[in-house]
Each structure stands twice: as structure tokens, then as C-alpha cells.
Design a binder for this molecule. Structure first.
Ligand SMILES: Cc1ncc(COP(=O)(O)O)c(C=O)c1O
Length: 399
């Protein structure tokens, strides 16, 4: 083996914690600096009229990519695994969902969407896809291979979010993908919860893997970013759509994504450990009916999580024993370390009340008590637990 191929095979066997540090980096191309510069760019100048006519240039136009965007795309492509043929960067996680769906459907098509999907995904189907003659059926996230029975002759896409980011049902991705592919449909998955570090969707039959990079890739609650990783069957159409819709992520935000990515493995390990520790503590509390965390053996889909995933992030929910809304609000308002806010994946802990009974159409959501979603951040677990203890005292006082 020559030096280059030895290097190539060493690269392939590297662990993911190494890849998040090394992937997409090219110090030699950047005067030796560890990180690429942030290219603020629109126009690219061509050396001659002939070059311009032939668009002969490594980079052609700001919107079509710069060394900064390329660094993040390349890094994510490596993390998504060998099935990944390309990655696009868009201005938010929701934009990633919309471009992924729009890149595969056309008028007259039908899509199957998990009933556990992030609510704006449903709104996109209801308010935008319908305008272009695309219909949607929602399905039970736990359907597995039985999704075959819901496939229609015009079903073009099956959309998964596993686990559901409020209710945490796990999906049998491989079984659903097999049934979808058997009928010629593509498979899309919102994989923001696991990130490619804990689950690589494309290895399990998914064609388009979506990330709200706003969450863990950014990791510091200071950036909006969406990414879609596509396999060979879907990459060209996805890239073309993103290009023709004129979508591009601003250079500073791309850089924040790249910067966040470098520490993703250590941050996630901590979110995983702390999240599980707090989830276990909550499970033993008398005020709590159930903890919805797929890595807990008590979770109904724990076996799927254990089979497919290598870790868990800091996001999970609890069902409280019946209590008045005012008492739940007193609990949340008492918390000092848990902010009341929606966008998880940052370094900080969060807690929000939710109720998705009115959203669901394929399954009934009747958990038996008020529900709260937590994001466990990077604070000390002991402090978070002390905070929650104070919250429970406030809940009792207001009940
Ligand atoms: C599971 C999931 N997917 C996608 C999104 C959308 O991401 P963004 O806020 O970057 O648009 C969110 C945001 O909360 C989410 O929770």
C-alpha cells in the first residue's frame, strides 16, 4: 500500500469522536490555520472571458458554495457515512425539512408522515404541499413494516421523526424503509435528536436525513441552521432544488455550525449521561407518572433504541400525575436553571409544557396527566436535581 491509500484506510476506521475533529479540515489550503476563513462572498472573479463563459472555476458564485460552506458540508458528509452522496446547508431546520420534501414530490403525489412529527412539518404538508396537489396521510409512528398497507400507488415519500421530539415514540426505520422502497417511495427522516453521531439514517435505508443544526451542531443557542444529507438516489435533485430556490446559509452561521461540530462528541456524551441521570431521578419521583426517554428500559420502544442507536441526547419528556395547570406553571416558574423556551440542543437546560392531543390525527395522545419536555444541558446534574426539587415543592404548594 502506498502512503495515500494507507492514510485513506486509517481515515475510514477512525472513531466518530475523531471524525468530528478532523472531518472537512484542510489546514494546508488555509496557510496552516486550523480553521477555514469565513468567506463573505457573492461575486467570484474569473481570470478571463473564456473562463467566465465556461464557468471554469473551483467556486462559481457565493450562493453556490465557498470554502467555508464546503468545509461544513464535507465534514457532515463524512459523519453521515458511506451512503451519503451530498449535504446541503439551509437557513433553518424547518427549511431543511421543506427542501427535503419538495425535492422528492410532484403534483399528484401522496406522502406518509409520522403522527409524531414536529408540528410545523405537519403545517408544511397541510398548507404548502396541498397547494401543489400533494396529499398527506399521517401514520402511527410505531407502525413498523405494516406501513405497507398504507402505501398508495402514488405514495412518493415516507417521512419519519424518530424519536418524536415531544412524545418520544421510536420508529422501526429499517422496516419502514424496506416497505417504502418496495413500492418505489423514498424515505426521509428528521434525525435531529440522535444526530449522525448516535444514529446514521442512511445506513438504515433512509434516503434523506434531516438535521436542525440549530440544535446540537450549533450547540450554543446562537445559530439557525438546517442540513440535509442525501444518498446517491436523491442528492442531485436536492442540490438542484436548493440552488433554484436561492437558498444559502450565511457565512457566519456556517462557521458557527462548523465550530459547534468540533465539540459535538464531548457535548453529546455529557447531554446523554446527564439526561439519563435526571430521567432516572424523575422516574423515582412520586409526582411523575411516566418518563418518556427511549434509553430507559421502561420506555415501550427501548428495544428499538438499543438495537439501532448508540446514544441519546438530552431531550425527553415526563407525564406528571394529574395536577392543575396552575400547579404545573408554578413548577416551571420556580425553576432557575431550566429556561422556558423551545429550541433545545444548546448548552443550557430547558423545560416547556406541551399538549399534542389536538394535533394528532392517526393516533390518540392521552398520556394521563400534564406533560413537560426537558432539555438537559451541560450544568452539574446535582444542581439541576436541586432545582427540580424546588420546582416539585412549588407544584405541591399550588396543587
Ligand atoms: C425535531 C425538530 N426538527 C426540526 C426543527 C426545526 O428547526 P429550526 O428551529 O432550526 O427551524 C425543530 C425545532 O424545534 C425540531 O425540534
Amino acid at each position: 500500500m502506498n502512503d495515500k491509500s494507507e492514510q485513506g484506510s486509517r481515515k475510514k476506521t477512525r472513531r466518530v469522536a475523531t471524525k468530528v475533529v478532523t472531518a472537512g479540515r484542510e489546514p494546508a489550503a488555509n496557510h496552516g490555520f486550523v480553521n477555514p476563513p469565513v468567506y463573505h462572498a457573492s461575486t467570484v472573479l474569473y481570470p478571463s472571458a473564456a473562463d467566465f463563459r465556461a464557468r471554469r472555476a473551483r467556486y462559481q458564485y457565493g450562493r453556490r458554495g465557498t470554502p467555508t460552506t464546503e468545509a461544513l458540508e464535507t465534514a457532515l458528509q463524512e459523519l453521515e457515512g458511506p451512503q451519503c452522496a451530498g449535504v446541503v446547508l439551509v437557513p433553518s431546520g424547518l427549511a431543511a425539512i421543506s427542501v427535503a420534501l419538495l425535492s422528492v414530490v410532484q403534483t399528484g403525489d401522496h406522502v406518509l408522515v409520522t403522527d409524531s412529527a414536529y408540528e410545523p412539518t405537519r403545517k408544511l404538508c397541510q398548507q404548502i404541499l396541498t397547494r401543489y396537489g400533494v396529499t398527506t396521510t399521517y401514520y402511527d409512528p410505531r407502525i413498523g413494516g405494516a406501513i405497507a398497507a398504507l402505501m398508495q400507488p402514488n405514495t412518493r415519500a415516507v417521512y419519519l421523526e424518530s424519536p418524536g421530539s415531544l412524545t418520544f415514540e421510536m420508529q422501526d426505520t429499517a422496516a419502514i424503509a424496506k416497505a417504502a422502497h418496495a413500492k418505489g417511495a423514498c424515505v426521509l427522516m428528521d434525525n435531529t435528536w440522535a444526530t449522525p453521531l448516535y444514529f446514521r439514517p442512511l445506513d438504515h435505508g433512509v434516503d434523506l436525513a434531516i438535521q436542525a443544526g440549530t440544535k446540537y451542531i450549533g450547540g450554543h443557542a446562537d445559530v439557525m441552521l438546517g442540513t440535509v444529507a442525501a444518498n446517491a438516489a436523491t442528492a442531485a435533485a436536492l442540490k438542484n432544488l436548493v440552488w433554484l430556490m436561492g437558498l444559502c446559509e450565511g457565512p457566519d452561521d456556517v462557521y458557527l455550525g462548523l465550530r459547534g461540530l468540533r465539540t459535538l462528541a464531548v457535548r453529546l456524551d455529557r447531554h446523554y449521561a446527564s439526561g439519563l441521570a435526571v430521567a432516572r431521578w424523575l422516574e423515582a419521583r412520586p409526582e411523575v407518572l411516566r418518563v418518556l426517554h427511549p434509553a430507559l428500559p421502561s420506555h415501550p420502544d427501548h428495544a428499538i433504541w438499543k438495537r439501532d442507536f448508540t446514544g441519546a441526547c438530552g431531550l425527553f419528556s415526563i407525564v406528571l400525575k394529574p395536577a392543575p395547570k396552575e400547579a404545573v406553571d408554578a413548577f416551571l416558574d420556580e425553576l432557575e436553571l431550566f429556561g422556558i423556551g423551545a429550541s433545545w440542543g444548546g448548552f443550557e437546560s430547558l423545560a416547556v409544557p406541551f399538549d399534542c392531543a389536538h394535533i394528532r390525527t392517526a393516533t390518540r395522545w392521552a398520556p394521563g396527566g400534564p406533560t413537560v419536555r426537558f432539555h438537559i444541558g451541560l450544568e452539574a446534574v446535582e444542581d439541576l436535581i436541586a432545582d427540580l426539587e424546588r420546582g416539585f415543592a412549588a407544584l405541591a404548594a399550588a396543587s
